[in-house]
Design a protein around this ligand. Structure first.
Ligand SMILES: NC(=O)c1ccc[n+]([C@@H]2O[C@H](COP(=O)([O-])OP(=O)(O)OC[C@H]3O[C@@H](n4cnc5c(N)ncnc54)[C@H](OP(=O)(O)O)[C@@H]3O)[C@@H](O)[C@H]2O)c1
Length: 306
């Protein structure tokens, strides 16, 4: 495993990378490495001399970005550009993390989201939110500064049970469903948005697997964008019901509803299913079905409650 520096190291992905990289990853918070400040980037890279930077820092408040484009641009575009330039100057490998929000959120050609093929890395982008537009501009800025960088897009990340058990800051959909199961008799969850639930530790493991394979000279993913998410697909309603089921609660307490019932400042994508035939061509195993990642944690929590 190479020596890794993870800006945004106290966020959801940063924590997962820190837990898995076994001392090989340095995961500073914003106070120690501020990607909006080129001097902070230069100081960190010179002091820590990593072989690889995995950029997990971002402006991730999708709704907040709609009224805060300036800060979203500073973090999602200018910061990654400065990071890529600093990596280029020092010969450091850069993996930059991005999102399904770079796509329009609709099925290309208007097909059925339950069965339409997943979006490939080379499919046309067309973001409709400030978050999505800034993340796409950030991808482009990274490649402009460092064409050998790699962008990895993911979607529907969750920490879930472990965020609840370890009392980690922030929230995610699975952690929220676990909390609501004990607070509400019934809840309505949208059943018209499709994606692939992605357990953050398994995603982090995929990133580390790529880096280990590159270090061993087995693969070379430089200069290419990849998609990495959990296998299979679901609606948020499917995911919520499955959480209830694995908790031993009655899944019927979760009721389906439409996105129109939950208007948000930033429209949520109806179709976020990502696919990547290139990942397999690299010889890297894709993530397993999302249920297999969800089950161990949630059933463990259920057993603790008995
Ligand atoms: N969560 C998802 O469902 C999802 C889906 C698709 C893609 N992604 C992408 O995955 C990546 C990681 O997301 P995540 O879920 O781990 O997000 P997260 O938990 O919000 O973590 C982002 C981290 O970036 C830090 N940060 C903010 N401004 C910074 C700055 N100026 N300098 C350095 N760090 C700064 C934040 O620190 P503070 O807490 O101090 O602000 C936070 O710890 C992002 O690129 C995101 O776009 C996430």
């Amino acid at each position: 495993m190479p020596r890794i520096l993870v800006p945004g190291g106290r966020g959801q992905l940063g924590r997962a990378l820190a837990g898995l990289a076994r001392g090989k990853a340095v995961t500073p918070g914003r106070g120690e490495l501020d990607i909006a400040d080129p001097r902070s980037i230069a100081t960190a890279l010179d002091r820590l001399a990593p072989e690889v930077v995995v950029n997990a820092a971002a402006y991730t408040d999708v709704d907040g970005a709609e009224s805060d484009e300036e800060d979203a641009t500073a973090l999602n575009v200018d910061g990654p550009r400065a990071l890529a330039a600093a990596c280029r100057e020092r010969g450091i490998r850069l993996i930059h993390i991005s999102t399904d929000y770079v796509f329009s959120g609709e099925v290309p050609g208007g097909g059925d989201p339950a069965t339409a093929p997943g979006l490939q890395p080379h499919d046309p982008t067309a973001p409709v939110t400030v978050y999505g537009r800034t993340k796409l501009a950030g991808e482009r800025a990274v490649y402009e500064e460092l064409p050998e960088a790699t962008v990895i897009r993911t979607a529907w990340l969750y920490t879930g049970v472990w965020r609840v058990i370890e009392n980690q800051p922030g929230s995610d959909f699975v952690a929220t469903m676990i909390r609501l199961e004990s607070e509400r008799e019934t809840l309505n969850v949208v059943n018209d948005q499709w994606g692939s639930p992605t357990y953050v530790s398994t995603f982090a493991d995929q990133v580390l697997m790529l880096l280990a394979a590159e270090k061993a000279g087995r693969v070379d993913a430089r200069g290419r964008t990849h998609h990495v998410t959990g296998g299979g697909r679901a609606t948020w309603f499917d995911l919520a019901r499955t959480v209830f089921q694995y908790l031993g609660a009655d899944p019927e307490r979760v009721r389906p509803c439409s996105s129109d019932e939950f208007p948000r400042p930033a429209p949520r994508p109806r179709f976020s299913v990502l696919a990547d035939t290139w990942w397999g061509e690299l010889g890297l195993a894709p993530m397993r079905d999302w249920r297999r990642d969800l089950f161990p944690g949630v059933s463990f929590l259920a057993s603790q409650r008995e």
